[in-house]
Design a protein around this ligand. Sequence first.
Ligand SMILES: *Cc1c(COP(=O)(O)O)cnc(C)c1O
Length: 382
Amino acid sequence: MQSVARHDSGVIPLCEPVLGGNEGAYLSECLESNWVSSAGPFVDRFEREFATRLATSHSVVTCSGTAAIHVALHALGVGPGDEVLVPTFTFIASVNPIAYLGASPVLVDCEQETWNVDPELVVSEVAARAKSGHMPKAIVVVHLYGHPADLNPILEVADRHGIGVIEDATESLGATYRGKSVGTLGRIGCFSFNGNKIMTTGGGGMLVTEDRELARRARHLTTQARVPGDEYRHDEIGYNYRLTNIQAALGVAQLEQLESFVERKQAIAARYHRGLSDLTGVELKPEAEWANSTWWMYPVLIDRGRTGKDRTDVMHGLRDRNIESRPVWTPIHRMPMYASCSRLGGCVADEIFQKGLLIPCSSSLSVADQDRVIEALRECVG
Ligand SMILES: *Cc1c(COP(=O)(O)O)cnc(C)c1O
């Protein structure tokens, strides 16, 4: 199948899907067999092959990453009045599902080293709450931009106090933390196959767990909580959250290419590092020594003091040169719905937000286009 690159228009997009494998063949199979809905062979196959790829026991497809996080929280029993620790530096979909369930997010600042949730803040908060008895019901750990969060201290304190950890691994499929796949280390891991993620089904998600009962409950919740049998009987309030066979067909084809997507993203990051590391006033994102990041996105920090330009100036400069870039996530505490939430820590997320810009990183990005981005960025800050 031929992929039609949007940058045939001359614009280098931030991140575009790459459909270069068996996508067309598998979609034709769906049409020829008439299996287009949420029952169909590709749905089961996608779940099976995804679980095998991550070496995890159970996987349940969902229609989005947001739906996976919603069901994960629900399956862990999060409900009205509960509190859930979640990083403030993330995409809104890590947090909204907490609110869907009537629970309250507690927004935790991130650490400089990984930009992910600061484990010390989580550990000290849980220790302090252990004395008062008012524990959080769950902890959502997000692996941002392809880089794993420092999980071990969080898993240890959560284990000791019986708190469920959900990994929002939607941005980091293929990354490893101390040699293990992210998403497989907490009670439940959640993935997304939205259009700009490292692999895509157009829209879709997956939930993985080692816990058979949690997997059964999650599958039940995603299929309207229907009880098997001829009649339409439902034993709780569920959701219509399953993926269709058409989307799963794309998923199977994309999964076959995941390894090469990760390798290409990492090669792009390496080239950007080499091309940008000497640039005054531009800071590059670090990678922890225990992490293998996929570099799903490539962020740079623009230091206004040293370049005389802020990240918006640079974004406009790149736009003038036909290169798309975007600010990093806006911290959740800056959104009106969450402005009054409890917060832990300082303003690391805010500092990164002021300076952070994402530059093009599609796994199809040619070496010539990578060099064009490097040159343009040098001009914009120079
Ligand atoms: C993409 C993303 C999600 C949600 O995934 P969708 O499939 O778009 O619903 C959740 N959390 C983070 C951090 C994401 O980047």
